[in-house]
Design a protein around this ligand. Structure first.
Ligand SMILES: *Cc1c(COP(=O)(O)O)cnc(C)c1O
Length: 224
């Protein structure tokens, strides 16, 4: 795997303004350092323990994104340094992140994860659940979280039209929430969608963060 060549190729093809999160989950520090030394410093992990270890071992100017399902009792471990939490999928979790942000005296940037896929196993909220949160008085009191946009994962299917429809739906939710709840708030700006298999469609449908792993680092081996 030529990690640097892979990253450079993807970056050269992404439109300006689209952020590439290199998903380094399960991959060793050497792989991350190859990308880092070539100038790419934005990485995504989906396990708290791995993220904390890599944060401790790797250079401190790395931008760490937490992209997986986050358990409330583990927020405290990443709260001091995480750059963006992509997958806030409940009000309860958001309140815990706020509490940990307060303890660390930092505002933690978050995206709401929406459920757009057919698979029930994927996490995320419906549009209605999101608007309920945004309308809640309690939400307005959370001073240590900042909602910067939405994240979603499309159905794992070869049907490109379905994937496109799901991304397009997420974009329409992003636009609607932006207009209804974040008018004039330039921090509500990120639409995180697209992985190795579907990031090009995601970008066409309006993604400005893509999360790409295996296309950069090679297939993951979970068996060991
Ligand atoms: C693993 C993962 C990715 C990257 O997947 P690839 O198919 O390897 O690009 C993106 N987003 C999330 C939430 C992931 O868990």
């Amino acid at each position: 795997m030529d990690i640097v060549a892979n990253i450079n190729k993807i970056k050269s093809e992404l439109p300006e303004g689209v952020k590439l999160v290199a998903v380094s989950k399960t991959k060793p520090n050497e792989d991350i350092m190859s990308a880092y030394n070539a100038g790419h410093k934005i990485f995504g992990e989906n396990k708290v323990q791995d993220l904390v270890r890599k944060y401790e071992e790797l250079p401190k100017d790395t931008e760490w994104h937490f992209i997986g399902h986050l358990q409330s009792n583990k927020v405290k471990y990443i709260a001091p340094f995480v750059y963006l939490i992509h997958a806030v999928d409940s009000f309860k979790l958001l309140k815990v992140i706020n509490k940990e942000g307060m303890k660390n005296n930092r505002v933690i940037n978050c995206l709401f994860q929406m459920h757009i896929a057919e698979e029930e196993t994927k996490f995320g909220m419906s549009f209605g659940e999101l608007t309920d949160i945004l309308n809640a008085d309690e939400f307005k009191e959370l001073k240590f979280v900042k909602i910067e946009g939405l994240m979603g994962m499309a159905t794992n299917t070869p049907d490109k039209n379905q994937v496109r429809k799901e991304f397009s739906y997420l974009k329409s939710c992003f636009d609607k929430l932006g207009a209804d709840f974040f008018k004039g708030d330039t921090d509500f700006k990120y639409l995180s969608m697209g992985m190795s298999g579907d990031y090009k469609i995601a970008v066409e449908e309006g993604a400005n963060i893509v999360r790409v792993g295996s296309l950069i680092f090679g297939a993951r081996n979970y068996g060991r």
